[in-house]
Write a protein that binds this ligand. Structure first.
Ligand SMILES: Nc1ncnc2c1ncn2[C@@H]1O[C@H](COP(=O)(O)OP(=O)(O)OP(=O)(O)O)[C@@H](O)[C@H]1O
Length: 323
């Protein structure tokens, strides 16, 4: 469905997308995950023919994005970051106009609009003017607009940015249902880790315009991040002794920030009771302990040394014990 080779886009001296090789098969639901400015939107804008690549090639739905723009557009739906629907129109009329713009007859456009209103849960609001809809309803209307011509491939740029958690969950259900019920291939961008984790069967991590990892969320976590134990010790002296003891745990990597130790170690839940018993036997007072399974943020941190979560501590702020 999507095949790119060394796809590149520069803006003056900014390498927004820096040689991306991407393959998405029919029916896949793939998330492009990366921090602000990673190059996600620029990639989507090239794949949807909105901007030309600086170099490299891309075929979308079997057509070349540079030489066959019209055919590409006919076969895809694209929902960008802004709201596409006009404010003063009723949602239903917007959908019908959009269908007409894609060459549907009035009757076919009405029928298609009714079908999408039903499947995207817009029944109660479709006859209200767009300006009165909530953020979540507007976003669902945008998605209906992108689907009016029944594209086999749908691009969604940050579909749930700005939505509250309930609307976000609701939108995610609709996206999953689209794929399940219509077999639509979906490529979406997000910087919500939980969204990529729960929604996509494949996550492509992008950083500085390049793909740094591409796999299922589970495999990414297994390969690029281990379990973690966070120990908070009562005093600095306790932390000294705990750091020395933890560093002896096989395959553990221990980093320290003040009285807190971060221990990355496979199979942490089974190791913690023994570690706590050793610490107690050594007279060390543990104030708090937390065991966490890896998240996609840990994957990102491991791959890039930075956190995707704004304000989260990054590796550079912690001291590696024993290094
Ligand atoms: N039209 C443009 N002119 C100049 N620079 C641009 C333009 N569009 C994007 N860029 C730059 O290209 C880089 C990638 O931007 P892009 O919007 O693709 O990132 P993104 O991963 O989608 O980020 P976000 O999550 O914030 O949407 C950034 O450094 C951005 O400032």
């Amino acid at each position: 469905m999507i095949e790119t080779h060394e796809l590149t886009r520069h803006f003056k001296d900014v390498r927004a997308v820096d040689g991306i090789d991407l393959r998405v098969a029919e029916g896949e639901l793939v998330a492009l995950l990366g921090p602000n400015g990673a190059g996600k939107s620029t990639t989507l804008r090239m794949l949807t023919t909105l901007i030309p690549p600086t170099s490299g090639t891309a075929r979308v739905a079997g057509f070349d994005v540079t030489r066959q723009q019209r055919q590409v557009r006919q076969h895809i739906g694209y929902i960008g970051q802004g709201n596409g629907a006009a404010h003063s129109q009723r949602g239903r009329d917007e959908l019908i106009s959009q269908g007409r713009a894609y060459g549907l007859t009035v009757r076919a456009a009405r029928a298609r609009a009714a079908e999408l209103i039903d499947s995207l849960g817009l029944g109660e609001v479709a006859d209200r003017t767009v300006s009165t809809l909530s953020g979540g309803q507007r976003r669902r209307l945008d998605i209906a607009m992108g689907l009016i011509h029944a594209p086999r491939l749908l691009f969604l740029d940050e579909p749930s940015t700005g939505l509250d958690p309930q609307n976000r969950a609701n939108l995610q259900e609709h996206i999953v249902a689209l794929r399940r019920e219509h077999g639509t291939t979906i490529l979406l961008t997000t910087h919500y880790l939980d969204e990529a984790d729960s929604l996509a069967e494949r996550v492509i991590v992008v950083d500085h315009g390049r793909i740094v990892a591409d796999d299922t969320p589970d495999r990414l976590k297994a390969v690029h991040a281990g379990d973690r134990v966070v120990l908070t010790l009562a005093t600095g002296a306790d932390a000294d002794r705990a750091a020395a003891l933890s560093a002896r745990v096989p395959a553990a990597t221990v980093t320290r920030g003040g009285r807190t130790l971060h221990i990355a170690v496979p199979g942490a839940p089974a190791l913690v009771p023994g570690l706590l018993a050793d610490l107690r036997a050594d007279g060390v007072t543990v104030a708090a302990v937390e065991v966490s399974r890896p998240t996609l943020d840990d994957v990102f941190l491991n791959l890039t040394g930075r956190s995707l979560r704004e304000g989260a501590p990054v590796a550079a702020d912690l001291d590696l014990v024993g290094a």
